[in-house]
Design a protein around this ligand. Structure first.
Ligand code: BEZ
Length: 328
């Protein structure tokens, strides 16, 4: 029987005469995880994304991508795009060896460096080409918001899409604060830590749940409303007051401070920290009221869900055995 023989085929199709490799421009930018070097070929083409490559372990952009990007037939494709070839830190040609004990960035951190490269170049959209570890890094980057800048991602966390597209004065104010923050790099670090958070692993009736009184508040149009509802379902209903605020978005403390103040006073009163005379004064001065409503799990006697409405009414709330009645 004939033996199968492995034949190595290397396609040879060098650049055609007249096709000269474009000049490369090498850049480095500082990021929260150290500096990163990248090489740009070609010029930005209006309304076209850049091609962004990320190489595998043991390679750099040249040893990983040169045979492909200098392949003859490839030229008619890549000439329509500017190319940004990122070298992982310390992988660029001539890179010095890192000092002993240097903590190499995690793959997540390498992904988090990519927005710094794109911000530096002022590119907002890319076509990613990654190999092995590079493909992981690009996928991780794509998961955290490919086309949004860090400030826009943070705004999407703080406010609902409806609030953002409404572009009220409040949104303009907070967009301005975040976009022009002199400590934006620090904000990004906090943002990254938030995105790498662990699950709290609350379990109703289990060992891991809050034992103290909790007031949980969410706007009914908040971007993470479902997460807060789920959190409420995992907390001890005898210790938890859940307030879903009507007509409220992601930041009720900014948009509805009056209603939140009132709910907070009820919560404090439930713990015995507010005189009821103060509550009476408050209830007279308020413009909106809070009414009692059925709880999420339909068990009024065990859990409290406060549903803010525009109708006058009474509020029943407070820790176990504590009911506040406020007439309006
Ligand atoms: C490019 O044209 O994008 C390219 C050139 C040399 C090596 C890698 C890429």
């Amino acid at each position: 029987m004939a033996e199968l023989q492995e034949v190595q085929i290397t396609e040879e199709k060098p650049l055609l005469p007249g096709q000269t490799p474009e000049a490369a421009k090498i850049h480095s930018v500082e990021t929260p995880y150290g500096s990163v070097t990248f090489t740009v070929y070609g010029t930005p083409k209006p309304k076209r994304p850049a091609i962004l490559t990320y190489h595998d372990v043991g390679l750099n952009y040249k040893s990983c991508f040169q045979p492909l990007f200098q392949f003859g037939d490839m030229q008619e494709i890549i000439q329509n795009f500017v190319r940004v070839h990122v070298d992982a830190p310390g992988m660029e040609e001539g890179a010095p060896v890192f000092p002993l004990g240097y903590q190499y960035p995690s793959l997540d951190q390498l992904a988090d460096m990519i927005p710094c490269v794109l911000q530096y170049l002022n590119f907002s959209t890319v076509i990613g080409v990654g190999v092995g570890a590079g493909a992981y890094i690009l996928s991780r980057y794509a998961l955290t918001g490919l086309t949004s800048s860090i400030p826009e991602m943070i705004l999407g966390h703080l406010f609902s899409q409806e609030e953002l597209s409404g572009n009220s004065e409040l949104i303009q104010k907070y967009r301005n604060i975040i976009t022009h923050a002199p400590n934006l790099d620090n904000i990004e670090l906090y943002w990254n830590s938030y995105n790498n958070r662990r699950d709290l692993n609350f379990e109703r009736g289990g060992d891991i749940t809050l034992k103290c009184p909790v007031m949980l508040v969410v706007g009914d149009q908040a971007p993470h409303e479902d997460a807060v509802v789920e959190c409420n379902s995992k907390l001890d209903p005898t210790q938890t007051s859940f307030l879903k605020m009507a007509d409220s978005g992601g930041q009720p403390q900014l948009t509805q401070p009056g209603k939140l103040t009132e709910a907070f006073k009820y919560f404090l009163q439930g713990m015995g920290y507010m005189a009821s005379s103060c509550m009476t004064r408050l209830s007279r001065s308020r413009t909106a009221s809070l009414t009692s409503a059925a709880s999420i799990d339909g068990n009024r006697s065990r859990s409290r869900t406060l549903s803010q409405s525009s109708e006058s009414g009474t509020l029943s709330s407070g820790p176990p055995g504590h009911t506040m009645e406020v007439s309006c």
